[in-house]
Write a protein that binds this ligand. Structure first.
Ligand code: NAD
Length: 513
């Protein structure tokens, strides 16, 4: 499918999507194809004024959407799943054009993104509370879950469809309305998703999208607006930290999916062929530009030569090229800045003594970085301490498990980790000793719409996906009922009001009775 036709159909000149229609703005910004550096669209650039219109529209739509029967919300989300699947080719064309990832990666992303609509169509009708008896026996406690309110969603460019649906689907299932700010690099896919939701029957004002080049202005205006009650952010730890500080001013409910520095552990008794297969996925999906990407490889000394030879061989045969070539396996990085940053990290690592042991060939135009395997990397090397966000695999050799665990946990991040091993008990022992939110065991991918996704330490707060994902968009309310109400409905005498606590305060007296 031709990306230009798909983009024209979206009408990017009215890219700001508020209350079910496109808004033109005073200025426009350019969206580029990372493979060719060509401008593929000019899109309206949201400002504080459009941000305010969007949050007001979401606030107006909230009471009715929150009161819509869960079954009705579920059926709309289910239709969104069907429409997304039916529209796969169009979404793939958009993702390839603005993100640059290969067609196979984009197709996998659309399938993953669609699954959030299906999973949360099933969860929308499973809002549960509880009913409990107080310890003193005099009170009944009913716990209900309610939508938190208008939610501000901020998403990155690396999964332009899935990062949007992973937030929108649980928010809508819970009864929230949303304002979404996609990354300026990839606004077109988010707009296409919003239009699919409208076609599925989402009422006007429930989903609003404000693409902008001034993220700070748009998001700050949402965080300070009295209508907003929630911020759900996916992006770097630095920006997440800053948004948390802003959210603190209004004590907003906050969910943060932040950066990662995933270790990939290979033990002595591993099936190296399987480990290499997993390593290729964990490292090179999306060109290494995933928060869960394997960032540092720890390989047991006894299998290091074999693993490096096989992994290096697989890397050298990777086909690096534009998404327009259906055989490409690794695309360009998202921007010139990203490509320069990764090349600088390789240069720094080699200056510190690492060796480029294997490398694929890559086109010289566009923002490509050749997939690279580094050996001779010291456990304290700078490249291991930060998110590489590119197709580079530094290998560290380990001998001793205690030392390995110290190296692995010596980071501010705790998002994902991978272990390849022949023995389940080793996987469980090492896995539970790693301070990370997700551990893949003999598997190069940890994301699944049914499983809680998120990190520990500075990789984030809260979880997306699974049942936990919907709870992030709900408040808990308690309704307590005293049993001592008289038959006539009047309250008991003042002295009896604390009777429910009696057995707690005077257990002996209660037992004697
Ligand atoms: P980023 O933090 O630069 O941007 C993320 C989003 O925040 C974008 O929409 C951007 O426009 C917006 N933003 C930037 N500055 C802002 C500001 N001052 N105020 C408000 N919003 C602002 O991150 P990125 O480069 O787009 O994405 C890569 C990062 O995202 C990596 O660190 C990666 O690990 C992380 N990420 C995390 C997850 C996860 O689930 N944990 C998923 C994908 C990406």
């Amino acid at each position: 499918m031709n990306a230009h036709d798909v983009i024209a159909d979206l009408d990017p000149k009215h890219g700001v999507f508020v209350n079910g229609r496109g808004l033109g703005t005073a200025s426009m910004f350019e969206v580029h194809d990372p493979a060719t550096r060509e401008v593929i669209a000019e899109i309206s650039d949201g400002t504080a004024s459009e941000a305010t219109s969007a949050v007001k529209a979401a606030a107006r739509a909230f009471p009715e959407w929150a009161a819509t029967a869960p079954r009705a919300r579920a059926e709309i989300l289910r239709r969104a799943f069907d429409l997304t699947v039916a529209d796969t080719d169009r979404l793939v064309a958009l993702i390839c054009a603005e993100n640059g990832k290969p067609q196979a990666d984009a197709r996998a992303e659309v399938a993953y993104a669609a699954e959030f609509f299906r999973w949360y169509s099933e969860e929308a009708v499973r809002t549960e509370g509880s009913y409990g008896v107080s310890p003193g026996g005099g009170t009944r406690t009913i716990v209900v879950r309610k939508p938190v309110g208008v939610a501000a969603l901020v998403t990155p460019w690396n999964f332009p469809a899935a990062m949007a649906t992973r937030k929108i689907a649980p928010a809508l299932a819970a009864g929230c309305t949303v304002v979404l700010k996609p990354a300026a690099e990839t606004p077109l896919t988010a707009l296409a998703v919003a239009k699919l939701l409208a076609a599925a029957g989402v009422p006007d004002g429930v989903v609003n999208v404000v693409p902008t080049t001034d993220a700070n202005c748009v998001v700050s205006s949402w965080l300070s607006d009295d209508h907003g009650r929630k911020i759900s952010f996916t992006g770097s730890t630095g920006i997440g930290r800053m948004l948390l500080k802003q959210a603190a001013d209004r004590v907003l409910n906050a969910s943060m999916e932040l950066g990662g520095n995933a270790p990939f552990v290979v033990t002595a008794d591993v099936d190296t062929a399987a480990a290499v297969e997993g390593a290729m996925i964990a490292k090179f999906r999306g060109g290494g530009q995933a928060c869960t990407a394997a960032n540092r490889f720890y390989v047991h000394a006894s299998v290091a030569d074999e693993f490096v030879a096989r992994f290096g061989g697989a890397i050298e045969t990777l086909r690096v090229g534009p998404a327009s070539d259906p055989t490409s396996q690794v695309g360009p990085l998202v921007s010139a800045r990203a490509a320069e940053g990764v090349r600088a990290l390789i240069a720094q690592a080699t200056a510190e003594g690492a060796v480029i042991a294997h490398q694929a060939s890559a086109p010289t135009d566009g923002w490509y970085v050749a997939p690279t395997l580094l050996t001779g990397v010291r456990p304290d090397a700078a490249i291991l301490r930060q998110e590489v966000f590119g197709p580079v695999a530094p290998i560290v050799i380990w001998h001793n498990e205690d030392e390995l665990l110290c190296w692995i946990n010596d980071t501010e991040y705790g998002l994902a980790a991978y272990i390849y091993t022949g023995r389940l008990q080793d996987a469980m022992r090492i896995g539970e000793s790693i301070d990370a939110g997700m551990v893949g065991i003999n598997r190069g991918i940890v994301s699944d719409p049914s499983a809680p996704f998120g990190g520990t330490k500075q990789s984030g707060l809260g979880r997306e996906s699974g049942r936990d994902g919907m709870r992030e968009f709900q408040e808990t309310q308690v309704l307590q009922r005293g049993l001592r109400m008289t038959r006539q409905g009047s309250w008991p005498a003042a002295g009896a009001l604390n009777a429910g606590y009696e057995s707690v305060r005077r257990p002996d007296a209660t037992m004697r009775r």
